[in-house]
Design a protein around this ligand. Sequence first.
Ligand code: FAD
Ligand code: GLY
Length: 384
Amino acid sequence: VSDSSRTFDVAVVGGGVIGLAVAWRTAQRGLSVVVLERGELGAGTSHVAAGMLAPIAEAVPTEQPLLRLGLASVGMYPAFVAELAEAAGRDPGYLECGTLMIARDRDEAEALERQLAIRQELGLPVARLRASEARALEPALAPGLRLALEIPGDHVIDPRLLVPALGEALSRTGGEVRTGTEVASVIVDGDHVRGVALASDGAEIDAGQVVIAAGVWSGAIDGVPDGARVPLHPVKGQIMRLHDPAGPGLLTRVLRMQGGYVAPRGDGRYVLGATMEERGFDTTVTAGAVFELLRDAIELLPGLGELVIDELSAGLRPATPDNAPAIGPTAVGGLHWAAGHYRGGILLAPITASIVVAGLVGEPLPEPAAAADPGRFAGVTVDV
Ligand code: FAD
Ligand code: GLY
């Protein structure tokens, strides 16, 4: 006799931005879906993220497949958040603000000119601004800046509003969420998945298909056959949250400089980030990192020194060997990946959900999916 409280079309392991986006879109297609989250929804890396939707500012010339994924996803964002706001009855915190990349001295200006040339060769919309033009857009910028690039299409969203909106939309669409529920392993019978086993008591949840969306911890889930594994390692990011007692207005666009960024929320709150560190699963906050983030940001935006610090935190970016995520079906029937989103999981949530759902319902995968094929890692291992 099947137990309907333990039987689903799809089980999603992990309730971060990726698992929730996938589950919401899956429920919309009429499949029964459960999200199994060991802590609270969004308690992993999604809780720490700045939320920049920045495929152009973060473009790396050697990572063009990833750039295509990012551009596809940023293009989906306006419709995605409009539909989400309607479905959830709450604001997902999307801010169409654009981005400025800033150089402080001659060396940084030369580096920024190279960044401009790369983006122009790729046909990306970027404008070169003189210092006076940048300061006309953002009067709080320090007089000493040398050069700026304006990227009008790179925006920002507040992940701490996006996650609850996705959770609410999922519930209203008939999806189920189980928090405090850790998955120990996926269960594979022959060449097909048939569910997951829970860590607490070994109880099994039957599911015709399973999506692994447990962020940087996905590699710790047992039972994934060798040919379907994805090597993941953490890249630590320390980040600071602040607010301006005087209200909004100090900065209206995302500001990116060598070594960091300042992202406005539009209401007087700001995020200042972030370090990039290879330190395993360590999430401590260090004095040196906080000092360097503040020093660099205040040099460019002196008014930041008046802000109140609300929070210091550190998160773990889930990185793969080629920095692109693993999204979609595997060689094991019914087993899908949605992990390894590194610096761009907030950006890539809409396109990830589209690719995974296409795989779940057996439709052709959208075009940029090839860059994220989990199969490219068959036989690859990584030491953490
Ligand atoms: P997570 O949010 O980590 O979610 C995974 C979930 O799985 C967690 O809630 C965890 O508790 C759960 N889980 C783990 N193991 C199990 C298990 N065995 N069973 C059940 N549940 C389990 N991205 C952007 O796009 N823009 C940015 O500006 C940006 N800024 C960032 C700044 C910093 C400092 C950092 C660290 C990251 C940033 N990122 C940014 C990256 C982004 O945060 C991640 O790519 C994204 O959050 C990954 O989402 P996820 O859902 O895959 O993982
Ligand atoms: N995407 C911003 C970060 O990873 O810090």
